[in-house]
Design a protein around this ligand. Structure first.
Ligand SMILES: [Fe+2]
Length: 186
């Protein structure tokens, strides 16, 4: 394979070439926000886009490095901030790095034994997600949260456990304050 460049729009988070774009509407995340009534209402109204991922096209193989930008749009579903689905890596002993370009948020991580760690995300923060930690990103600000990620080619995604149970913590807006609460459904 030949070396190549990709080009990123820093303000919008979009990558202009060599990539496939994943667009997640709220209907793609049904049941992942704890307020099911609010979820249904929004899906019926405009089924808004929660986030997009621009994945640069690289083989999903050992030795390569997957890289992408994610854009989480600001907003809430009920009182829960917009977030990504979150996942473990299918190859669990693989890590990931997030570099925030714009916006503010939280990086929620959880191990299989339910140990939880939450890091702040802000412009310039570089977060290291070690192997074995599931990861979800949450936009707690009022601008898009845009970050660049790099992870091993063979890592893959395992959404299964997260889709059925979620994370054991939720990050919500409580009277204008960012609060971490126990997930009542976990
Ligand atoms: Fe990942």
């Amino acid at each position: 394979m030949e070396p190549f460049n990709s080009y990123l729009n820093f303000n919008r988070g979009e990558i202009l070439s060599n990539c496939n774009i994943v667009v997640r509407h709220l209907s793609d995340m049904e049941g992942m926000y704890y307020d099911l009534e609010a979820t249904q209402k929004i899906i019926n109204e405009d089924d808004r886009v929660i986030y997009k991922v621009y994945n640069i096209d690289v083989p999903e193989k050992y030795g390569h490095l997957q890289h992408c930008t994610s854009i989480i749009y600001p907003g809430r579903v009920g009182d829960e901030f917009h977030m990504t689905k979150g996942h473990f890596h299918a190859q669990e002993d693989t890590a990931e790095i997030y570099l925030v370009l714009q916006g503010t948020g939280k990086l929620l991580m959880q191990k299989k034994d339910t140990e939880v760690k939450i890091l702040d995300m802000q412009s310039g923060s570089i977060s290291y997600i070690p192997p074995y930690w599931a990861h979800r990103t949450i936009n707690t600000g009022n601008k898009p949260l845009i970050f660049f990620a790099v992870y091993p080619g063979e890592a893959g995604h395992n959404y299964g456990i997260i889709e059925s149970k979620g994370f054991c913590k939720l990050i919500i807006d409580k009277d204008g304050q960012i609060k971490v609460i126990d997930n009542p459904n976990y």
